[in-house]
Each structure stands twice: as structure tokens, then as C-alpha cells.
Write a protein that binds this ligand. Structure first.
Ligand SMILES: Nc1nc2c(ncn2[C@@H]2O[C@H](COP(=O)(O)OP(=O)(O)OP(=O)(O)O)[C@@H](O)[C@H]2O)c(=O)[nH]1
Ligand SMILES: [Mg+2]
Length: 456
């Protein structure tokens, strides 16, 4: 082998890997043709070259295997590759996010379904209890005789105050106890107030509203005196209850059609009798529609009230279709120029689907004669029922456009706080309140009067 001929190659590799070259003296020897350099030196150099070559091959293969770049990338290519990697990473992350969200949504759905089921069960239980309570009362109680009414004019406010006694003791008495010995308003006092409002049947949503109004006022005006807590709670309650909702008049709607709905025994028929008497006293021509065709006694009860109020009644036999009674009542009112039509309906559990559907039909047939009738649909609520009243509003509101509430039995062991919660949550006005069984025991609702009965 001629070493001189491969000398440039040897030099190239020696330079690349060791930064050196074959020493000049050896090169000179070779050039001068001196043959004493043993042939094995050339062979060894060749072997070294082959080994270097093999090492490079193996190490490159390994790098390729590890996914490293074969050759150093240009800046642009590196950026592109990085962008691709980032894109792939983002995509994977997005997919993982989506999967997690899906799993969470599924979990939430299941939780919601469970809660709804629980609420339904609770509602049914409450409705059942209400029904039992009602049944345990004397079902066909004799109508209260108006002669039994006190000779003195009924002191409405006193009755209301008496009825609200329990709520007042809880609420007003409770606030007094809270502030007793306290020097200033702090977090703890506000926490206690929250608990108190909830136990006074005001409901969580309304409690929250009252509390945040108070907290804000304290922060803004830097008030510290616990003594004005009463006044502030009262102001908020007046604000909730005092919202003005104009009611239609007989000048605007003629005849003005009222529909009364509600569960069994809340006082629909009694209240219709009282309102009819009041309209009559104002000189209006009043017609009552006996839409409760379930019980003969219900028709008789209403007939007696119509006599008492000296107004007319339209009734059919027990068992007739209530929608046809509604239709014919409104028809008669139009034909005979009545000012006011008040329609009674049978009490129905809000959980009974078919009865609720029947109510929808009654409303529909009235609308065939007067498109916007009934002009006022009142849900009658018994103030002694407490939180169940909230469920009743929620369910009846789904089938009828409720324009007002009538709260009866505010003279008994009333849970008046619930009225505040309902008005705030549903934004429906209270139109009348009842504090007894006689004509004079019903009055148009007055927010000031109501809150005074709570705080005075
Ligand atoms: N203490 C008190 N009792 C009332 C009041 N309003 C109604 N009642 C009594 O509650 C009972 C039921 O009244 P109704 O008018 O028959 O009730 P309803 O909603 O028509 O009942 P159903 O027709 O069975 O659905 C009667 O004994 C009424 O005298 C009230 O404001 N205070
Ligand atoms: Mg009735």
C-alpha cells in the first residue's frame, strides 16, 4: 500500500477528530522514499480510520434511533418543528380537557338529577302532609256566621299583629337578643343575623339580599352601631314588599275577570265571598262562577257567600265540566253587562298533573270569549303552611300566569316570614291578606301595614 496516496485522507480524519496531522518528519521520510517505516504502521493507521468510521456510524444510528435530528437543523426548521410539537401538545391537552369536562358534566348531571328527585320527593311529602292536615280538619265545616262577628268593627291591625306574633318574636325579638351587649357590628353579628332570618322563614335568597344591603350600607357609611340593625332590616323588608304593581280596574277591563286557584282548603271560596262583598259595597255588578264542581258542598258554600254578598252566581250541577262553567259564566257576564266576574276553582294538589291540566283548559276557554281573560289570576296561600307555600307558587306559576297572591289565615299561627321570601323570589305582588273568616277580615295588601305588624 502506498501511504503517501492515502496521507490526505488520514490527515483529514486526524484533523477532524484529534485536531492534529501526521508529523511532518514522517511525511518527509515517505516522500524521500525511505522504506524503513514498517508496513504495519500503514495498516494500523488504516485500522484506526476504519474504527473511527465505524464509531461515527454507530453513534449516528443511535441518535437517529432516539429521535434526534440527523443533522443540525436550520433555525427556521427548528422553529417549525417546535411549533408542530407545541401544536400536538396543545391538541393532546385539549382532548384531555374535553374528556375531563365531559366526565365532570356527566357527574354534575347525575348530581342535579338526584337533587331534583329529592326536591320532588320533599314536595310530594309536604303536599301529602298538607292534605292530611286538611283532612284532619272538619271537611264540611259550617260557614262562619256573620252574626258571630264582633259588634265592634274588627281591628284589622290588631288581628294581623296577633297573627304575626310568632314571626315577630322570632325576628324582632331575635334581633334584640343578638345586639344585646354588642358594641359594634362585626362579621359574627352578621352571621348570627343570617341564621336568624333563615329560621324566620324568610328563605335563603331573601336573607342574602337583606344581608348584602346591610353590609354594603355599613361599608359605605361606616356605621357600627348594632342598635340600628332593626331599622335596616325593616327598611329592606319594606323595600321588598312595597314594590308597586298596578292592578287592572273595571274602567280598563269590562267585565274584569278574576280567577282563584290554590291547593285544598287555603281559603279560595271564603276569599271570593269576601271580595265579592267588597266589590258590591263599591256599587259594582258582580257575578261569581262556581268552577268547583267536585263537591256539591262547594257549590252550596259559594251560593251562600253570594247571598251574603248580595251578588249573582252562575253554577251547574256537581260533576259538570268546570271549563264549561267558566265559559258560560264569562258569557253571561258579557251578555248581562257585569262589572266583575270572580271564578272559583276546586282545590288541587300542585303535584297532580291531570288536575293542573284541567286548570289550563279553564283558562283557555275563558280566553276564547275575552282574549286577555282572566285578567287577574290569584294564587291563594295559607300563611300557616310555611315553606310549602314556596313550592305551590313555583308549581302553579308553571301552568297559569299568576298576577297576584292572596295570603289567608294571617290571624292564626302564621309564618309571615314566608310571604317576604315569596314576594322577593317570584316578583309577584300580594294583593290581599286575610285575618279571619268574616267579610271584614280581608283587606288589600299594604306593605307598610304588614311590616309594621312585624316590627311595631
Ligand atoms: N282563620 C282564618 N280562616 C280562614 C281564612 N280564610 C279562610 N278561612 C277558613 O279556611 C277554611 C277553608 O276555606 P275555604 O274557603 O273553603 O277554602 P278553599 O280553598 O275554597 O277550599 P277547597 O274548596 O276545599 O279547595 C274555612 O273554614 C274558612 O273559614 C282566614 O283568613 N283566616
Ligand atoms: Mg273552595
Amino acid at each position: 500500500m502506498d501511504l503517501l496516496s492515502i496521507l490526505p485522507i488520514i490527515n483529514k480524519y486526524l484533523d477532524q477528530f484529534f485536531g492534529t496531522q501526521v508529523p511532518e518528519e514522517y511525511v518527509s521520510y515517505l516522500k524521500e522514499g525511505e522504506e524503513f517505516i514498517p508496513y504495519f504502521l500503514g495498516g494500523a493507521a488504516l485500522m484506526i480510520l476504519i474504527m473511527i468510521f465505524l464509531i461515527i456510524r454507530v453513534s449516528r444510528k443511535r441518535s437517529v434511533h432516539k429521535g434526534a435530528k440527523k443533522t443540525p437543523l436550520s433555525e427556521k426548521a427548528a422553529e417549525k418543528q417546535l411549533a408542530q410539537l407545541e401544536k400536538a401538545h396543545l391538541k393532546r391537552q385539549k382532548e384531555e380537557d374535553q374528556q375531563r369536562k365531559k366526565a365532570e358534566a356527566k357527574k354534575n348531571e347525575a348530581r342535579l338529577a338526584k337533587l331534583e328527585e329529592e326536591e320532588k320527593r320533599l314536595q310530594e311529602e309536604l303536599a301529602k302532609k298538607e292534605e292530611e292536615r286538611r283532612k284532619s280538619q272538619i271537611l264540611q265545616k259550617e260557614l262562619p256566621s256573620q252574626e258571630d262577628a264582633p259588634a265592634e268593627p274588627v281591628n284589622f291591625i290588631d288581628r294581623l299583629k296577633k297573627g304575626m306574633e310568632k314571626t315577630r318574636n322570632n325576628l324582632v325579638g331575635g334581633i334584640s337578643n343578638l345586639v344585646l351587649g354588642k358594641k359594634e357590628i362585626d362579621e359574627e353579628l352578621l352571621d348570627d343575623l343570617e341564621e336568624l332570618l333563615i329560621t324566620a322563614d324568610i328563605g335563603p335568597e331573601t336573607t342574602e339580599r337583606i344581608l348584602s344591603a346591610i353590609t354594603e350600607k355599613f361599608k359605605r357609611e361606616d356605621l357600627k352601631d348594632p342598635g340600628i340593625l332593626h331599622e335596616m332590616v325593616q327598611t329592606e323588608i319594606v323595600r321588598i314588599m312595597g314594590k308597586n304593581y298596578p292592578a287592572p280596574t273595571t274602567e280598563e277591563k269590562h267585565p274584569l275577570v278574576y280567577l282563584f286557584v290554590g291547593v285544598n282548603g287555603v281559603g279560595k271560596t271564603t276569599t271570593i265571598g269576601k271580595i265579592a262583598a267588597q266589590f258590591k259595597a263599591e256599587g259594582k255588578k258582580v257575578l261569581i262562577g262556581a268552577g268547583d264542581t267536585f263537591r256539591a258542598a262547594a257549590i252550596e258554600q259559594l251560593a251562600e257567600w253570594s247571598q251574603r254578598a248580595e251578588c249573582d252566581i252562575f253554577a251547574k250541577d256537581a260533576g259538570s265540566d268546570p271549563s264549561s262553567v267558566m265559559y258560560e259564566t264569562v258569557q253571561k257576564a258579557i251578555n248581562e253587562n257585569y262589572d266583575v266576574v270572580i271564578c272559583d276553582t276546586a282545590g288541587r294538589l300542585q303535584t297532580k298533573k291531570n288536575l293542573m291540566e284541567e286548570l289550563k283548559k279553564m283558562i283557555r276557554v275563558m280566553g276564547k270569549l275575552i282574549p286577555d281573560a282572566p285578567h287577574e289570576t290569584y294564587l291563594v296561600l295559607d300563611a300557616t303552611t310555611g315553606q310549602n307555600a314556596i313550592f305551590q307558587v313555583r308549581d302553579f306559576r308553571e301552568i297559569a300566569e299568576l298576577t297576584g297572591l292572596i295570603i289567608t289565615k294571617l290571624d292564626g299561627t302564621a309564618k309571615g316570614g314566608v310571604v317576604i321570601g315569596i314576594v322577593n323570589e317570584f316578583d309577584i305582588p300580594v294583593r290581599y291578606i286575610g285575618v279571619g273568616e268574616t267579610v271584614g277580615d280581608l283587606r288589600p295588601f299594604n306593605a307598610q301595614e304588614f311590616t309594621q305588624s312585624l316590627f311595631a
